[in-house]
Design a protein around this ligand. Structure first.
Ligand code: E4P
Length: 225
């Protein structure tokens, strides 16, 4: 089944959708953490405690030793921690080493099927192609997802395709049609998926009509016999 992750470090939003039972996980990054007030380490730990599913936490070092050191620390935040490693030559080395240590990784800043293929070969748990940023640059972001899903299927890679940089609900529908494993989206996109003007209009008509029923049957109460 396709998994829905929330792409945010905002705990109120995470709690809101977590309580609806529709969240399979969370992805964060330094930019998302910079939007929140408070200590980023404590925020990451609290997200890990709040959400049952995988939570991606990103390293900020770009050297092999630095990435490994940060990744091991982030992985200790909880059993559901997944470490985001940028798509760099040393990032691939780090992913390989961390896979050997049993630490789950999410290869981030992926913009081509070839980068995704290499991340999978290195042993990444997830690869994150950024479709919105590709679209912004005049490329077809969704084609990278289609190609990556096909390549991983051809060779039975266990690495999961995580569709990132999602900008609107149509991205979600198209991503789900490709058979991608995970779609991570900002809270506003998830909210738009829930809402539909015809749902609101239909509900208002039903409630008005029920008022008519109550005028004829004043003692009627659905909650009580
Ligand atoms: C993925 O995990 C990233 O956090 C995110 O999807 C990037 O999206 P943006 O292009 O909206 O910053």
């Amino acid at each position: 089944m396709v998994q829905i992750f929330l792409d945010t470090a905002n705990l109120d939003a995470i709690r809101k959708y977590n309580d609806m039972g529709i969240l399979d996980g969370v992805t964060t990054n330094p930019t998302l953490l910079a939007k929140e007030n408070g200590n980023p380490i404590e925020i990451m730990k609290e997200i890990i405690r709040t959400v049952k599913g995988p939570v991606s936490l990103e390293v900020v070092s770009t050297t092999l030793d630095g990435m490994l050191e940060e990744a091991r620390r982030l992985a200790r935040f909880g059993p559901n921690a997944v470490v985001k490693i940028p798509m760099l030559p040393d990032g691939l080395k780090a992913i390989r080493r961390l896979a050997g240590e049993g630490i789950k990784t999410n290869c981030t800043l992926v913009f081509s099927p070839n980068q995704a293929l290499l991340a999978a070969k290195a042993g990444a748990t997830y690869v994150s192609p950024f479709i919105g940023r590709l679209d912004d640059a005049g490329h077809d972001g969704m084609q990278v997802i289609r190609d990556t899903v096909q390549i991983f299927r051809n060779y039975s890679f266990s690495t999961k395709v995580l569709v990132a940089s999602v900008r609107h609900p149509v991205h979600v529908v198209e991503a789900a049609r490709t058979g991608a494993d995970v779609i991570t989206m900002p809270p506003d996109v998830l909210e738009k998926m829930i809402k539909h003007p015809l749902t609101d209009k239909g509900l208002s008509i039903f409630l008005d009509d029920w008022e008519k029923v109550k005028r004829i049957n004043p003692n009627i109460n659905l909650a009580q016999p």
